[in-house]
Design a protein around this ligand. Structure first.
Ligand SMILES: Cc1cc2nc3c(=O)[nH]c(=O)nc-3n(C[C@H](O)[C@H](O)[C@H](O)COP(=O)(O)O)c2cc1C
Length: 455
């Protein structure tokens, strides 16, 4: 087979992910492999896509090889996908698969994103490999890589692609937001950063943004990502790991800290493109890696203005919720324009006002708790290099390792020992649940409703 490797890592030949593919190549020499460093060469490919077009045309199997970057793929690969759709050849019926490396933090949303885009391109998608970045260094990881590729070749031979069932799309037009003549008097109790990917001529999103600015309870600082002079997407160079400064000199790190992080709430606005927020917005997301894994806006509510068929985008909705969860941000509302844009936008404004004025927060769910456990373990191991992250995690008590809960562990040993004895176990019986409930009962007994506002 002619196999084309699309290397989405901005690290190019030095990509860790690519090493897995190079390892695989050695064991399957009967195929012809071509490599295109799309992550590193994206600017050249934007100017001239023809070399990529030729390679895509010749390929029988396309391998998306990439590091997971902020829940998805690097912005450079996002951009390449846009170019593939705009300028690439017809790929109908060719096979595609994916190899990623990561710490398994939302590798699931990244893989689904690639699958959805393969479906758009009429590629026959074969099950991918999501490896930990160190897997290739272990015998088990190497075996899994080879087993994966053997399965890909077998599935291709038997035509067993993983086609995504078509989602029912809305048939009518989207609702257009209207902009009231006069707006609300903004309360001085807060400010909102409205970060938008607002392309010229995007009337639908423009109307949503303008209505929100009129109905917002607080003054809005509009930041159009189209106006920011980004030098490029995150390079994954880890220059920022020690002190938080980015290798690019375009000033984004300072801009982010001074103009976005300082407000009382953040609203993100974009039109759905290629099952995500589009490559420009993704560049903004990836570049926030200058904050490392620090949840610097923890406690601050977020909201969204989204133009497009959001109900058909389960992966994107999951990503949005997960993102807020991991950041410790209360997700107030995703205001869309599928049904009644005005009502949605007004509801978002009301929810934001409630969240900011009441300091409303919610406990993290699985997305937040699970995600933070991965970060906790990662930063603890990498503390020597990720100095800023380590300091932040110590300061905020994020190192909540279960092995530190010596009292609970000992207590459980005691209960276990008692349960080993039939006599004691029988005696414990119903008292067990009573005992477990005791501390909760105490909380209720001690509760003083008259002090609710003070606590
Ligand atoms: C900007 C950036 C974002 C990242 N986001 C994630 C992520 O969301 N989930 C994850 O598990 N790892 C994440 N990583 C870690 C990379 O996926 C991991 O280091 C990968 O193995 C790098 O592969 P490469 O050398 O091929 O680029 C991120 C790294 C960078 C630099």
């Amino acid at each position: 087979m002619n196999i084309l490797i699309l290397n989405g890592s901005p690290a190019g030949d030095s990509s860790i992910t690519l090493q897995t593919m190079l390892y695989i190549e050695k064991f399957f020499p009967e195929h012809r492999y071509e490599l295109l460093n799309v992550g590193q060469k994206i600017k050249a490919l934007e100017k001239d896509f023809s070399p990529a077009g030729r390679m895509l045309e010749e390929a029988e199997l396309i391998v998306f090889c990439y590091p997971v970057y902020t829940f998805l793929v690097p912005s450079q690969l996002h951009r390449f996908l846009e170019l593939m759709k705009e300028r690439g050849p017809d790929l109908t019926g060719k096979f595609a698969t994916q190899i990623s490396t990561s710490k398994h933090f939302y590798d699931t949303t990244a893989h689904e994103f690639i699958r959805e885009n393969c479906a758009d391109l009429h590629l026959a998608c074969l099950r991918g490999l999501s490896a930990d970045m160190e897997d290739l260094l272990k015998k088990k990881g190497r075996k899994e890589a080879l087993d994966f590729f053997r399965h890909v070749l077998w599935a291709a031979e038997h035509g067993l692609s993983e086609d995504i069932p078509a989602t029912a799309h809305r048939t009518g037009p989207l609702s257009k937001a209207t902009v009231p003549e006069s707006g609300r008097e903004p309360s001085p109790q807060g400010t909102i950063a409205l970060v938008a990917d607002l392309e010229e001529g995007n009337e639908a999103l423009d109307a949503m943004v303008r209505r929100f600015m009129k109905v917002s309870p607080y003054a809005v600082r509009l930041i159009n990502l189209r106006d920011f002079p980004f030098s490029g997407g995150c390079l994954g160079c880890f220059h920022c790991a020690a002190d938080g400064t980015c290798i690019y000199k375009d000033g984004f790190d300072c801009f982010l800290r001074e103009n976005i992080q300082e407000t009382s709430a953040t609203v993100y606005a974009f039109s759905i493109r290629d099952h995500s927020m589009g490559s420009r917005f993704k560049m903004f997301d990836d570049r926030q890696f200058c904050n490392g894994h620090r949840t610097v806006t923890m406690g601050k509510p977020v909201g969204y203005l989204i133009d497009g068929d959001l109900s058909a985008e389960a992966n994107l909705r999951q990503l949005i919720e997960a993102r807020a969860q991991v950041g410790g941000n209360y997700l107030t509302r995703i205001a869309g324009n599928e049904a009644d844009a005005d009502r949605e936008i007004d509801a978002l404004a009301a929810e934001l006002e409630y969240a900011v004025s009441n300091g409303y927060q919610q406990p993290a769910n699985f997305y937040g708790v699970g995600g933070m456990k991965i970060f906790r373990d990662l930063i603890y191991t990498m503390q020597g290099m990720m100095k800023e992250d380590h300091r932040f995690y110590k300061e905020h008590g994020f190192y909540d390792f279960p092995q530190k809960r010596k009292g609970t562990i000992l207590g459980m040993y005691l209960v276990g020992a008692m349960m080993n004895s039939e006599k004691l176990s029988r005696k414990l019986g119903a008292n067990m649940t009573k005992g477990m409930l005791m501390p909760y009962r105490k909380v209720i007994e001690k509760a003083k409703p008259e002090k609710m506002n003070a606590s």
